[in-house]
Every structure is written in C-alpha cells, then in structure tokens.
Ligand binder design. Sequence first.
Ligand SMILES: [Mg+2]
Length: 230
Amino acid sequence: MHVILFDIDGTLIDTGGAGGAALLDAFRRLFGIDQPGRVQFSGRTDRAIGRDLFALHGLEDSEANWARLRQEYLVRLAEWLPRRKGFVLPGIGHLLERLSRLEHVAVGLLTGNLRDGARLKLQHYGLYHHFAFGGYGDEHFDRNHVAESALAAAYAHRSGQFQNGNFWVVGDTPLDIRCARWIKARILAVATGTHPRHELAAHEPDLLFDDLADVERFMSLVSEVEAPRR
Ligand SMILES: [Mg+2]
C-alpha cells in the first residue's frame, strides 16, 4: 500500500497569486488596512499566516477575528481564482488519473490551505475529485501538525490498512520536507514552486524532481509493491 500526500500550491497548481490576493483583499475589507504588508506565505498554514497578519497590525488573534477573516477570504478566493491566470503544473492531470486507477495507492492532500480553500482551488482547476482525504491549515499553526492530521485522515479513509504502508509527501518547500520527516514519510520535493532546486537540495529530500512532467518516473515509485492484503 502506498499513501501519497500532495501539497497544493507550487506542487499541483499555480493559482497566479489568487490565494495571496484573496487573503490580502479580505484583510483590507475587514480591517480597513490598505497596505496589509507582507508575511511569509510559502509552505505555511493559513492559520499561521492569519496570526502573522493580525500581529503585524496590532489586531487580536482571537477566534472571532480568525473566523471573520476565514469567511471573507473564502468569498474573495472564489472571485480571485478566475481573475488570475493560473495553471495546473506539468504532468499533474495525467499523473493523478494514473494514480486513481491503482487499488494499492491512496492519494490525499497535505496542505496549509483551509479545507474549503483547498476545495475551491482544486475545483477551479478540475482536480478536486482525486482527493478523498487530507490534512488542512484551518487550525494548525505548524505544518508538522497538518501532516499528523493528514496521516490520521489517511488511516481513517482506508480503515488503518497500512501495515506495510509506504508514505510519501510531495511538496515544493523546505517546510514540506520538514513535515514529511516529522511523520516519518519519504519526501519527493519538486522545484515547481518558488524554491529553486539547489535550495530544496540543501534540505536533503529523498527525491528531488524539477517537475512532475515525467509521469512514468513517478509511477515507478509506486509500482514495486506487494499485493494488497486481503
Ligand atoms: Mg506549496
């Protein structure tokens, strides 16, 4: 059995900055701040990004403020996705189709996105139906905890049938590599996001691909497996 947990932004799709634009738009509308200022987005959870934005502007990081920002962000995300010229990254559509045909492979999400944000983004690019479970960034500040949550969701999805499981995380940032280590999964890093190959290499992922365009190369990772348990 193989479990493959995919990151979204920079790994499956490039939204052309729709996510960031939607978050800053929501922040402006709710709190009347014209220049929300930059916080680190890459590889981080939406919850942590929200906390940083609140801190930057002296706003309380309360559940109420977070609930308002989350709700407004989702409304704006639905507007920004079609406005920005985004795209599905090379090979992804074909790869997900191929993986979906394999009984011994379970494909899920491991993302800093809100659960509903992940859904909106992936629905926009026609990929959402490939993912039956995942870990998300609604509540967790640390991606390692999202990884734990994704793992628990994988077990729940397949009733814990992973005695001989091979766990892979696929992601585009050093934080993806870090969280894969945290859950003792192997990590395939892809240089399709904002981090160049040499930067990812410094974090010593198990595998490092320029992109996922070579679908056969990826499929070879999941072909050598014992027959599924009966
Ligand atoms: Mg990413």
